[in-house]
Design a protein around this ligand. Sequence first.
Ligand SMILES: NC(=O)c1ccc[n+]([C@@H]2O[C@H](COP(=O)([O-])OP(=O)(O)OC[C@H]3O[C@@H](n4cnc5c(N)ncnc54)[C@H](O)[C@@H]3O)[C@@H](O)[C@H]2O)c1
Ligand SMILES: O=C(O)C(=O)C[C@]1(C(=O)O)C=C[C@@H](O)C=C1
Length: 362
Amino acid sequence: MTARIVGAGLLGASLGLALRSLGHDVILDDVSPLSLSLACGLGAGELTRAGDNDGEVDLVVIATPPDVTAEVIIRELAAYPDAIVTDVASVKGRVIDAILAAQPDGLERFVGSHPMAGKERSGAPNADGDLFTGRPWVVVPTAHSTRAAIDLVMTLAVDVGAMPVLMEPAEHDQAVAAVSHVPQIISSLLAAQLTDVPDHQLTLAGQGLRDTTRVAKSDPMLWSSILSANAAPVLAHLRDVKTSLDKVLADLEECCEELYPPAAIAGLAALIESGSAGVARIPGKHGGAQRNYAEIVVYVPDRPGELARLFADIGRGEINIEDVRLEHATGAKVGLATISVEPAVGEFLANHLEELDWSVVR
Ligand SMILES: NC(=O)c1ccc[n+]([C@@H]2O[C@H](COP(=O)([O-])OP(=O)(O)OC[C@H]3O[C@@H](n4cnc5c(N)ncnc54)[C@H](O)[C@@H]3O)[C@@H](O)[C@H]2O)c1
Ligand SMILES: O=C(O)C(=O)C[C@]1(C(=O)O)C=C[C@@H](O)C=C1
């Protein structure tokens, strides 16, 4: 297959790398000559100008920011009359509405899509050919899309290791408001408060803060485009967050007036409990049920080769590592490795490592 990818940034270049590793031909295009040559240089595809290779393209994938996606789709449907056209924009309703309103020729060859895979860093330098592995890839046909077009986009998702999920535009936009767009806003709000915290207080920051602020490093241009295009569903969710936040404020105000006021304490406990219930509902990494693992925390000296030695020692015990998290204590010559394993082998791993002179946090 020959795929043409318009927008050679994080998503476009990642898809280019994934398709090329499967042996497909990939032609890249981008308004930015620099982004284009960077993505080509990284091996994500070949360089071309729009209009070349007419008739040779089977699939066009638009990976531009949402605000320009509809116009690029309409242009590409006309320029590549034999190709199926899809996009990867994070918002579907507004993009699809704009295309339907324009009624372009070839509408039946268009199917919207959205891989639920990404990073907090944009641009081709952050591209990764394995980005889509195990991730849901939402496929959003219109009433005009042909079966062949839908099938090709589903096959694209499967080929790059993702799991296709068919959805209507409105349901997609509501879902991503809850699982992606509101989390981005909350993370940004949280991290923005840190700009006024004195440096010496920030040195106390631990993993909790890092876990809740990773996506706050995202691209402001891309995210203002995403949030404005999905404003109504995001607003609805954010209003619910505001109601909950107002309740927390009221409970805390009561705690300022009185020591341990029962109703306020119960309110705060209920908040933490409902947060826990929400987390338990997040499916596991590859879309399956969430797995509960035993976590063994080990001190790792800050020296070259220590982590490799730890993994080798765990392997020697024939224990399969399910997940790993690393943390560096500020100013300390030691790190903490949290090793997740099947619950049944947790205690065995802790004992095994202690026998090999590792310090395990009990
Ligand atoms: N970043 C993520 O985590 C993520 C995940 C899933 C989907 N998406 C969606 O993928 C799309 C691309 O996001 P990204 O993170 O790759 O952004 P990016 O900024 O890394 O890449 C976008 C590229 O599009 C190019 N571009 C802009 N306007 C163009 C135009 N009119 N014609 C041709 N090229 C144009 C830019 O020069 C840039 O190289 C967006 O619609 C985004 O909503 C992003
Ligand atoms: O993991 C991240 O860094 C992401 O931001 C990825 C993420 C998400 O929120 O899940 C962000 C936006 C996209 O539309 C899809 C995926």
